[in-house]
Design a protein around this ligand. Sequence first.
Ligand code: DAH
Length: 347
Amino acid sequence: MQEKIDQLIEELKQKFEEVKTMQHLNDLKVAQLGKKGVITELNAAIKDIPNDQKKAYGEQVNRVRTFFNEKFTEIQKKIEEEIVNQKLQKETIDISLPGKKIKTGSKHPFNRIIEEVEDLFVSMGYDVVDGPELEDDEHCFRLLNYTVGHPARDAQDTFYIDEEYLLRTQTSASQSRVMQANKEKGPIRVICPGKTYRRDDDATHSHQFGQVEGLVIDKNISLADLKGTLEIFARKLLGEDTKVRFRPSYFPFTSPSCEVDVSCFNCGGKGCSLCKRTGWIELLGAGMVHPNVLRMGGYDPDKYTGFAFGTGLDRLAMFKYSIPDIRYMYSNDIRFLKQFDRCDVEK
Ligand code: DAH
């Protein structure tokens, strides 16, 4: 019996040698330990063995079964390792291949200019506030001293929604909202950038455009504060050499009112097509907050004074980035927008 088992073990060794795949290995198991397997049958034959030899016989069968199981586990492990290795080999990454270029978007010049203006005023201690684009007549006009039938209303080419509501024609509307919202009637120092709308459409006017409004209210605010603030604004935004001049003007919500021009940054003031040979470019409207506006906003004009200013954001972007037509700002032409995908676009 011992010899028979030795021989069987030798045969199994040979068979295990030949095993290459998991399938082979499992077939071998079935052939040895399956229902009609060689080892299974050896085991079953124990019932015909005389009692005094049963023990020795059983030991021999166990020997071959133990051998089989140990060898099976060993080969199974080997095959599994090989499978993993092959997989790893197949999935290696060729790091010499060029990478895929990721297309990135670019910041729209409108957002670019808003961020720049916001940073500038935030550094001077201003808060940035938002106002509704769908406004009512009260905030856009009446609280800003435009009485019903006031001729200055005509200049604004308003999109009316109905008798009461309209698309705001100026961010000045947020002046009246900010004053109303300040319950303690304390000092105010805000800018409000955003979209505005008018019934206008040509190379320098779009029915949708952007403005930024500034409002400062406190005790003892004077025209000198307005001048100083706007001079800093112009120089920081357009360059330290920029000259600023103030011309008297008229707006219903400021008194006195002025328009502010800056020396043409294209020709340095010598005169060119951009500044129409004048050497100056109109930048913004401004003035001291009208006492009526303060009163309607709940402020006592005997105690408080203030200044306000407003300018077109598209205009600023057009100057800064040399954009010849405002309609480029809103046409979503990828060739135009792509020119702004570097962070350092400067005029
Ligand atoms: N809202 C005016 C406009 O759209 C601009 C403006 C002028 C705003 C004078 C002001 C201001 O705050 O004081 O033309």
